[in-house]
Design a protein around this ligand. Structure first.
Ligand code: NAD
Length: 513
């Protein structure tokens, strides 16, 4: 495995700023060297076939489950998230491996295709899925194990070697993943290149496919660079997800669902609920119940496991951004019914319900990525849909109502990549569904059944003769004048789907029409 230069950077706890580790800071030259090594190892990995690779992935799954507690420790230390949330990521990776490993053979199998006309009728044709040799994965800090894993695992299963550049904020879980890969004795087709933006840029400059998850602004830079090299890319970017709560909603479920959907991981999720549109007739009771529930949540430093519901934010910058959105909104006339300030412990921020917000405020227009729930009163579902669509983002949305057929039709009017009815996050855990943002929330998608693996492959077309080959192949090529005339007539006839009229046979002459 390629070794980085001696330069390192520090990883610190967001809760108390204690030093957790010093890790290698990959220079662009280190990244290039790592990719050369991966390229060498990839053909043998591809040659293992889907079933051979699936065996290695299942060993990794067992390692993840054996190490789940330790992985949760690492995750919690570097991200500051509550124990209950830190424990979710390793089992989620196991679920992902189970699905894609079980289906890899089917999803990547060669496909026989039929001919499309006379020109291809003599051929036996097959479509083959061949992996991009080296896939570069760049990931953010909000789910330090799951975010890298969600892309690394399918890319490896597809037959690619993978260079992973985790966030410089939370690189330790990704390094654990690499440790697991080594400890199970798997082929050297996974390298973790720790570092910050320069390492990410260098990765885009050398890999064959870029899978990026992060902010919309960085995604744009990555896309420009990939386009320059003409390498394909897939972007999972930011969001500003709306929730629409209709008058007939089950209020208890809507309040609990919106609270969880907005505050899970302290709101640091791309699919976090960041705007809530509530129909006028239930607005006041919804807000009252929401405020009571949010106010009762336990927050702060988690000194014993499961002691808090909402914990630290991953970085001081993120906490400050959240506070800017809240203070600007309040300065412009909004009210914080609960929360509205940092906890004073590390990067903690009090869960905040905002009302009297309007659509021009940063807390509605920009991604907050924090524990805030701005609520807007709407006259009816039409106004909710109009406002929900009034955003540059289009990641996902939720609808809360007892009228499921109506929710289905409202969903089809929302300009977002996914809609969950009476639930939050649900689409994310359905690997048979695509997960991809519309508008500035992304380009391409992860998951979606076979697409989840095939996105890391190029389609190769192979033709072979269907019949014994003639001496002078290709048989239809017009070497002589007579043959040229015959070929022309034949092609014209077949193209016109009118063989009988255009080629009089055995004296039969249909009159031309
Ligand atoms: P970020 O864009 O700042 O960084 C993401 C990654 O890109 C990091 O590894 C970073 O080092 C790297 N990077 C930075 N500059 C780069 C450059 N010029 N070239 C290449 N790589 C570069 O994002 P973040 O702050 O780490 O994560 C939060 C963002 O991620 C939010 O906007 C959130 O919505 C988004 N996100 C989206 C999804 C999704 O699936 N849509 C999931 C999780 C997070």
């Amino acid at each position: 495995m390629a070794g980085p230069t001696t330069s390192t950077f520090e990883v610190r706890s967001p809760v108390d700023d204690r030093l957790l580790a010093e890790v290698a800071d990959f220079s662009p030259a280190d990244v290039v060297e790592a990719v050369i090594t991966l390229r060498d190892a990839q053909p043998a990995w591809e040659a293992l076939g889907p079933k051979g690779r699936a065996r290695w992935m299942r060993r990794l799954r067992d390692w993840l489950l054996d190490e789940a507690d330790h992985l949760a420790d690492v995750l919690q230390a570097e991200s500051g998230k509550p124990r209950a949330e830190a424990q979710l990521e390793a089992p989620w990776m196991a679920e992902l491996i189970n699905y894609f490993a079980d289906h890899a053979g089917e999803f990547l199998a060669d496909e026989r295709v039929g001919h499309s006309g006379l020109l291809s009728a003599t051929k036996r044709m097959v479509k083959v899925y061949r992996p991009y040799p080296v896939v570069g994965v760049i990931s953010p800090w909000n789910y330090p194990l799951a975010m890298p894993g969600m892309d690394v695992i399918p890319a490896l299963l597809a037959g690619s070697a993978v260079l992973l550049k985790p966030s410089e904020v939370t690189p330790l879980s990704a390094l654990e993943l690499a440790r697991g890969w080594r400890e199970i004795g798997a082929p050297p087709v996974l390298t973790v290149a720790t570092g910050s933006a320069p390492a990410g840029q260098a990765l885009v400059d050398v890999v064959d496919f870029v899978q990026f998850t992060g902010s919309t602004s960085t995604g744009r830079l990555v896309a420009h660079r990939a386009v320059d090299r003409l390498v394909p890319y897939s972007l999972e970017l930011g969001g500003k997800d709306p929730a629409i709560v209709l008058a007939d909603a089950d209020l208890d479920r809507a309040v609990a669902g919106v609270t969880w959907g907005a505050l899970f991981n302290s709101g640091q999720a791309c699919v976090s609920i960041e705007r809530v549109y509530v129909e006028d007739s239930i607005h006041d009771s919804f807000v009252a119940r929401l405020t009571t529930l949010v106010d009762g949540l336990r927050h702060g430093e988690e000194t014993t496991p499961y002691a808090v519901d909402v914990a630290a934010m991953a970085t001081p910058q993120q906490r400050d951004l959240v506070h800017r959105h809240v203070t600007e909104a309040v300065a412009d006339g909004a009210r914080a019914l609960t929360g509205g300030s940092p906890t004073g412990i590390g990067t903690g921020y009090r869960p905040t319900v905002l009302v009297d917000v309007d659509h021009s405020m940063a807390c509605i227009r920009e991604e907050t990525f924090g524990p805030t729930i701005p609520v807007i009163r709407v006259a009816d579902a039409d106004e909710a849909v109009r406002l929900a669509n009034d955003s540059t983002y289009g990641l996902s949305a939720t609808i809360w109502t007892r009228d499921l057929p109506r929710a289905q039709s409202i969903a089809r009017r929302l300009d977002v990549g996914a809609v969950n009815i009476n639930d939050a996050y649900a689409n994310l855990f359905a690997l048979t569904l695509p997960h991809g943002g519309w508008k500035t929330s992304g380009s391409g998608a992860r998951f979606g059944g076979a697409h989840g693996l095939r996105k890391y492959t190029r389609q190769q077309a192979i033709t072979a003769p269907r019949f014994p080959t003639l001496e002078r192949e290709p048989a239809w090529f017009p070497y002589s004048r007579g043959r040229a005339l015959l070929t022309r007539r034949l092609f014209h006839a077949v193209a016109a789907r009118d063989l009988r009229r255009r080629i009089p046979r055995f004296g039969r002459t249909d009159p031309p029409r």
